[in-house]
Design a protein around this ligand. Sequence first.
Ligand code: ATP
Ligand code: MG
Length: 354
Amino acid sequence: MGQVELQNVKKSFGSVDVIKDISLDIKDGEFVVFVGPSGCGKSTLLRMISGLETMSEGTVGIAGRDVTDVQPSEREIAMVFQSYALFPHISVRDNVAFGLKIAGLPKEEIDAKVAKTSEILGLEKLLDRKPRELSGGQQQRVAIGRAIVREPAVFLFDEPLSNLDAALRVQMRIELIKLHASLDATMIYVTHDQVEAMTMAERIVVLRDGRVEQFDTPVRLYDRPQNLFVAGFIGSPKMNFVKASPGESGAVLLANKVSKSIPGVVQDQLTPNMQLGIRPEHITYSHDSGDWQGTVTVEEQLGSDAFLYVDVPEIGQVTVRAVDERSFTRGDTIFLSFDPERCHLFNDDEQRIN
Ligand SMILES: Nc1ncnc2c1ncn2[C@@H]1O[C@H](COP(=O)(O)OP(=O)(O)OP(=O)(O)O)[C@@H](O)[C@H]1O
Ligand SMILES: [Mg+2]
């Protein structure tokens, strides 16, 4: 049983509050990703769960036990860092077995566990090599192996793939997802890469400046971001934002005097200085008519996808996903519209309205 419960957890370094009252309930067997910009407190929060960092306030529970004052080695966790921290002078086999030897397990038991772990991770042929004789991806697998042999209730990963090249990252990402499925363990994974978060997580914690902005499934974060920060952080290319103000009878007034009723929004929810968010794939475009007129400045071909970057004088740059043969190139005049059913309205407190 590997559920993780954080209750009103806080951390200050001197007078600087780094984690500001976080409570989270992570289920047994769940794959949860902490994501957020650099310095928002992801590693600190993970280290507090591991016990490597003390807490200023609050409690941590692992597998139903309050471990707030329990040593890291007694918490039933295993942590994998960005730097693999393998021992360079001993073999892969001994690196994987290290923790078990320290714990004083009998040799046969160690051998059996190392064999099983190597099989899971495809390390069998590498066991007699030294870490320097391995590629980055292989070294990372050894680091993960060292965590797996200990059969922890909870795995903690801090940006474990960030030293790998792009192709290897994608491959290791898939291996970790498979590993999670086969081990049935709870995994908490830190990254600042929202694509990694979206593809790996069952639920994502979006952190900003020591607070949880939203804790939700990837689909919910994408479809119903609860605030302006999450809306702008999740999604690539980013969501477009258009300034909005209260209009007639519950409608919102946008650039170029465009007035739209947004489903689910009533007059008294409207505030000054609202922002309307529209994802690039929810903007429609045409050669001759629409809400806004602009000029295509960049046409970006990604192979499976294409994006147009459009300069609209009243708004600024708008990103549009190009979906069909109605091709536009740089310098073309383009008209843009959007579907009010597929947009996101945020009030002057940056909170979602619709
Ligand atoms: N030992 C420390 N003493 C003082 N400040 C610290 C200490 N450790 C971290 N901080 C500060 O706490 C904040 C959060 O740091 P943390 O390492 O948790 O961020 P992060 O989200 O993991 O960032 P990154 O994506 O860059 O790894 C940062 O502003 C950092 O400078
Ligand atoms: Mg970090």
